[in-house]
Design a protein around this ligand. Structure first.
Ligand code: DC
Length: 229
């Protein structure tokens, strides 16, 4: 059976990655977290002093160094999901910190960063059989994807999920700071000039505010089977 391309887009911390990972594992597809790629670029900026004290990015310098940024994924056999690597180093934990979260949107808004990451994402999905999640997968990266899902949930519920995720890793940020960061990221992601966060006209909408993880998994599998059976 032909393997299709599945694009899952939506707001930050709405559980896209959880559902995308689960689905990919269940149907034997490759899973790619495109947000991790923008997070890797951001970590690179932080390590190379490319973040100004006011949070703006030294874009000219970053553009010059862009050819030195190589993002890849390797399956973590313990977790059964891919970890992100920046220039060969496993940075999966480091890219999930609040500090990276607070700088990632301005980096992801830079057109030359998007061009580079989009090209890498399209190469990864060339043969189909991929589930990719992000903000512009159904609109810019794979506009011809057979299955497109746009996921959302209320701001407070999303902030609580993010807070719980950070707490489980030993970080204990202020809940209001998490909520503010999430709203600010959504604002920048939705209003940027290039490939803004937007629902593709042919995407199915899933508001998972009141769904459990097993319930949303079931819903997603149903959509997949409708297309492939
Ligand atoms: O999904 P995430 O929170 O890990 O994404 C991190 C940031 O990367 C997010 O603020 C927006 C950006 N992003 C993007 O612009 N395009 C994508 N396809 C994925 C993420």
């Amino acid at each position: 059976m032909k393997k299709i391309t599945i694009a899952i887009d939506g707001h930050s911390s709405c559980g896209k990655s959880t559902m995308a990972k689960d689905l990919a594992r269940e149907i034997g597809y490759i899973y790619i977290d495109s947000g991790a790629m923008y997070r890797c670029c951001t970590l690179f900026c932080m390590r190379h002093n490319l973040v100004n004290p006011d949070g703006t990015i030294r874009a000219d310098e970053l553009e010059r160094l862009m050819p030195e940024i190589h993002v890849s994924f390797q399956l973590n056999p313990e977790k059964g999901t891919p970890d992100a690597y920046l220039n060969g180093e496993n940075v999966e934990r480091e890219i999930r910190t609040m500090e990276v979260s607070s700088h990632v949107s301005p980096v992801a808004a830079l057109p030359f960063v998007r061009t580079a990451m989009t090209a890498q994402q399209q190469a990864m999905g060339r043969d189909g059989g991929i589930v990719m999640d992000g903000r512009d997968i159904g609109t810019a990266v794979f506009p011809d994807a057979e299955l497109k899902i746009f996921v959302t949930a209320s701001d407070e519920i999303r902030a609580q999920r993010r807070y719980d995720e950070l707490a489980a890793k030993g970080e204990h940020p202020d809940f209001n700071a998490v909520l503010a960061n999430l709203r600010e990221r959504d604002r920048i992601d939705s209003t940027r000039a290039v490939a803004p966060l937007r629902q593709a006209p042919d995407a199915l909408i899933l508001d998972n505010s009141h769904l459990t993880i097993p319930e949303q998994k079931l819903w997603l599998l149903e959509q997949f089977h409708k297309l492939t059976q």
